[in-house]
Ligand binder design. Structure first.
Ligand code: PMP
Length: 398
C-alpha cells in the first residue's frame, strides 16, 4: 500500500499520444500531420537564420546568467508591445500596456487566467467550439467554469457566426471570452474583418472580458494583418488581454517564448496590473528563463535581423499556402469527387479536413498518415515529397 495506490492513470494527451504512436510506426511512408509544428520542404524543423545570427552574436559576448526581473527582459517586453499594438500606437506611446515575458503562449494564458481569477472569481470563461485543446483544461485548472460558444459549422464548412454572436450576447457581463486572434486552431477558419467588428461591438455592449490568444501572428496574412483584430479592440476603447507565442513564428518551440499583454485604461492602472501579474509569476515559477527571450529581443531589436525574420516568416507563410493549394489539386487528381477547395479558404497551420473519425483512424492504421480524430491536419507538415502520398491515401478513405 503506497500513498499513490489510488492515483489513476491520466488519459494520454491526444496529440502527444499520437506522436508516440507515430514514432513507433514502421511504415516507411508515414507522415505526421498531427502535431502543430511547421516543417520545411525537406520535412525538417527549421532553425531560422535570424535566430542563428542572434545566437552567434550572443556567443561573441557571453553573459552571466543572473535571475531576470519577474516580468522578464525589458527589451523583449517592449518588442512584444510594439508587435502586438504597433510601436507608434497610442496604447504603447501612452504606456498603458502591461506586458510580461511568459513561458510560451501557454504561460501567457496561465498568468492571465490566474490574475483574472483573483480579479473576478465568479466569472465564467467561454472558449470556441472547438478550440485549442488546452484552453478548457488551462482555464478549468485556474478555477474557472469553462463553457463554449458555437464556432465550427461542419455542414457549412465554415463558421456558425450567428451562433457565436448569439452566445456572446447571452453571456453575463464579466464573462471572459477567449478569442483566437488569427489562424484559428484547430479549424483554420477565421471570422472576417466585418464579423470582428460585430464581435467587438457585442463584447463592448455586454461588458465581456476579451482574451485574445495570438499564437500565430504572421502565419496568416502578415504580421500587421494578423494583428488587425487587436487594433479593432483598441479602436473600440476596450481594455483586454492578449497572449503571444513565438513558438511557431520563430520556430523556437522548445525555448518556450511567449508573453501576456494587458491593455489598461491608463499608465497608472497598467502599473498596478503589472504588479499583480508579477505576483502570479512569482508564485508559479518566480521568473522566466533567459535564452529564448534574449534571442527574440535581439532579432526584433536589430533592423537587419528583423528584416531577415520577416522574410523567413513570409517564406513559411507562403509555403503553407502553396501546400493548401497542392492538397486541393492533388486530391482532385487522385480522384476525390467532393469539392475540397474549402481547404484554401482556411488559414494558418491547420485544416479541418471534414474527414470522420473512422476515416482518420483508417488513414493512420492503413497508410501511416497521422491527423487527429477530429479530422484536423497540420498543413505546415506537408511537403513536395509527401503530398502525393497523402493525397492518394486520403482519396482511398474518402
Ligand atoms: N494557443 C493556441 C491557439 C495554440 O495553438 C498554441 C500552441 N499550439 C498555444 C496557445 C501555446 O503556444 P506555446 O507552445 O507557445 O505555449
Amino acid at each position: 500500500m503506497s500513498m499513490f495506490t489510488a492515483v489513476e492513470m491520466a488519459p494520454r494527451d491526444p496529440i502527444l499520444g499520437l506522436n508516440e504512436q507515430f514514432a513507433a510506426d514502421t511504415n516507411p511512408n508515414k507522415v505526421n500531420l498531427g502535431v502543430g509544428v511547421y516543417y520545411d520542404d525537406n520535412g525538417k524543423l527549421p532553425l531560422l537564420q535570424c535566430v542563428q545570427a542572434a545566437e552567434q552574436n550572443m556567443m561573441k559576448a557571453p553573459t552571466a546568467r543572473g535571475y531576470l526581473p519577474i516580468d522578464g527582459i525589458v527589451a523583449y517586453d517592449n518588442a512584444v508591445k510594439a508587435l502586438v499594438f504597433g510601436a507608434d500606437s497610442e496604447p504603447v506611446q501612452s504606456g498603458r500596456v502591461a506586458t510580461i515575458q511568459a513561458i510560451g503562449g501557454t504561460g501567457g494564458l496561465k498568468v492571465g487566467a490566474d490574475f483574472l481569477k483573483k480579479l473576478n472569481p465568479q466569472a465564467k470563461v467561454l472558449i470556441s467550439d472547438p478550440s485549442w485543446e488546452n484552453h478548457r483544461a488551462l482555464f478549468t485548472n485556474a478555477g474557472f467554469e469553462v463553457e463554449s460558444y458555437p464556432y465550427y459549422d461542419a455542414a457549412k464548412r465554415g463558421i456558425n457566426f450567428d451562433g457565436m454572436l448569439a452566445a456572446l450576447n447571452a453571456a453575463p457581463a464579466g464573462t471572459v471570452v477567449v478569442l483566437h486572434a488569427c489562424c484559428h486552431n484547430p479549424t483554420g477558419y477565421d471570422i472576417t474583418p466585418e464579423q470582428w467588428d460585430q464581435v467587438v461591438a457585442t463584447v463592448k455592449a455586454k461588458g465581456l472580458v476579451p482574451f485574445l490568444d495570438m499564437a500565430y501572428q504572421g502565419f496568416g496574412y502578415g504580421l500587421k494583418e494578423d494583428g488587425a483584430a487587436v487594433a479593432k479592440f483598441v479602436d473600440a476603447g476596450l481594455t483586454f488581454f492578449v497572449s503571444t507565442s513565438f513558438s511557431k513564428s520563430f520556430s523556437l518551440y522548445g525555448e518556450r517564448v511567449g508573453a501576456l499583454s494587458v491593455l489598461c485604461e491608463n499608465k497608472e492602472e497598467a502599473g498596478r496590473v503589472l504588479s499583480q501579474l508579477k505576483i502570479a509569476i512569482r508564485t508559479n515559477y518566480s521568473n522566466p528563463p533567459i535564452h529564448g527571450g534574449a534571442v527574440v529581443a535581439a532579432v526584433l531589436g536589430n533592423p537587419e535581423l528583423r528584416a531577415l525574420w520577416e522574410k523567413e516568416l513570409g517564406e513559411m507563410r507562403v509555403r503553407i499556402k502553396a501546400m493548401r493549394q497542392k492538397l486541393v489539386d492533388g486530391l482532385k487528381a487522385a480522384g476525390v469527387k467532393e469539392d475540397m477547395s474549402f481547404i484554401t479558404t482556411q488559414i494558418g497551420m491547420f485544416s479541418y479536413s471534414g474527414l470522420s473519425k473512422d476515416q482518420m483512424v483508417r488513414l493512420r492504421n492503413e497508410f501511416g498518415v497521422y491527423g487527429t480524430d477530429t479530422g484536423r491536419m497540420c498543413v505546415a507538415a506537408l511537403n513536395s515529397k509527401n503530398i502525393d502520398y497523402v493525397c492518394a491515401s486520403i482519396a482511398k478513405v474518402i
